[in-house]
Write a protein that binds this ligand. Structure first.
Ligand code: ARG
Length: 264
C-alpha cells in the first residue's frame, strides 16, 4: 500500500514540519526517540567533489524541491513527478553546490523538459524526466546503468542515496547528505508495496528494519552503485519505515530513453 506522495513543490508550500506528520505520516523515530540517528534518515554529510554529478532543482525563487543527476554536460535525469507540470522557465538546476545557503557552483536555466510519455503516477512506474540545460556544465557526469546490466541490480549491492531532502528533524537538509543501503530483492520490495512495486521499472533499497532512506525532497536524485547511476529517488511509504524500503526509478530500464535525449 504505497502512498503516492504529492509533488514536493506542493509540500514546500505548506509547513514542512506539519506536512511530514500529516501527509507522509512519518514513521521515523525522532531524534528524541533515537539519539543514534541524528541526521537524515541515517545519513551523513557528503562532499560534492565526490559526487559532482549530483544536482538539485529549484523554483525561480531558489527553493530546492528535488534532486537530479547530470548524465551529460547539458542533461539532467530526474523524476517525472518532480517536473511533470513545470515549464522550463519555472525550474533552475544548481550544480557544484553542497551547501544550499552557499554560492559555490553554478545555477543554470532549463530549455526543455522531457517527461516520460507513459508517466502517470509514481506507483505506476516511468517516473523519469530529462532536463536540457541552457549551457553545458563542466562537472563530471555520471555513467548510468545499461539496459542489460543486471549485475548492478543484484540484491545486497551497497547503494548510495544522495540528496538535500527531509531529515529526521522534519526539515530538508541545508547540506548534501549521503546514506548507504543495500538494494533489496524484488520479492522483498513487493512484500511491502504489493502491486505498487513494478520490478521492470523500479528498484528498492533499504534495510528490513528501516532506519536509512531517502525522504521528501530527495526525489529525482541519484542512487548509485559502484559509481553507476542505478536509480532516481521516486517514492516510499513514509521514510525509513521497517518493511518499506525506498523505491527508485530503475534507470537501466530507461537507458535507451536517456541515450535518445542525450543525442537530441
Ligand atoms: N516523493 C518524494 C520526493 O518527491 C521522495 C520520497 C522518497 N521516500 C522514501 N521513503 N524513499 O521527494
Amino acid at each position: 500500500m504505497a502512498i503516492p506522495l504529492p509533488r514536493l513543490r506542493t509540500l514546500l508550500g505548506a509547513s514542512l514540519a506539519a506536512v511530514s506528520l500529516s501527509v507522509t505520516g512519518f514513521g521515523v523515530a525522532t531524534a528524541a526517540d533515537d539519539p543514534v540517528e541524528t541526521r537524515v534518515i541515517g545519513g551523513e554529510r557528503a562532499s560534492i567533489e565526490d559526487h559532482p554529478y549530483t544536482v538539485y532543482l529549484t523554483t525561480p525563487s531558489g527553493i530546492q524541491f528535488c534532486g537530479g543527476a547530470l548524465v551529460a554536460p547539458d542533461k539532467v535525469a530526474t523524476a517525472a513527478h518532480c517536473v511533470e507540470d513545470d515549464s522550463p522557465s519555472s525550474v533552475a538546476v544548481v550544480a557544484g553546490r553542497e551547501d544550499k545557503q552557499g554560492t559555490a557552483g553554478e545555477v543554470v536555466g532549463v530549455t526543455d523538459i522531457w517527461v516520460h510519455p507513459d508517466y502517470v503516477t509514481v506507483t505506476s512506474g516511468d517516473d523519469i524526466a530529462v532536463l536540457t540545460l541552457e549551457t553545458d556544465l563542466s562537472y563530471a557526469t555520471v555513467e548510468f546503468a545499461a539496459a542489460a546490466d543486471d549485475a548492478v541490480y543484484a540484491e545486497g549491492n551497497p547503494a548510495t542515496i544522495l540528496g538535500w531532502g527531509v531529515t529526521e528533524t522534519g526539515s530538508s537538509s541545508r547540506y548534501l547528505l549521503q546514506a548507504e543501503a543495500p538494494l533489496t530483492s524484488d520479492a522483498t520490495c513487493a512484500a511491502g508495496y504489493g502491486i505498487s512495486y513494478d520490478s521492470a521499472s523500479m528498484i528498492c533499497a533499504g534495510y528490513p528494519e528501516g532506519g536509512i532512506d531517502a525522504c521528501q525532497g530527495d526525489s529525482g536524485g541519484p542512487l548509485v552503485v559502484d559509481g553507476v547511476l542505478v536509480g532516481l529517488t521516486s517514492f516510499g511509504r513514509g521514510c525509513a519505515e521497517a518493511g518499506y524500503p525506498g523505491v527508485y526509478t530503475r534507470v537501466g530500464a530507461y537507458a535507451a530513453d536517456l541515450e535518445a535525449r542525450i543525442a537530441s
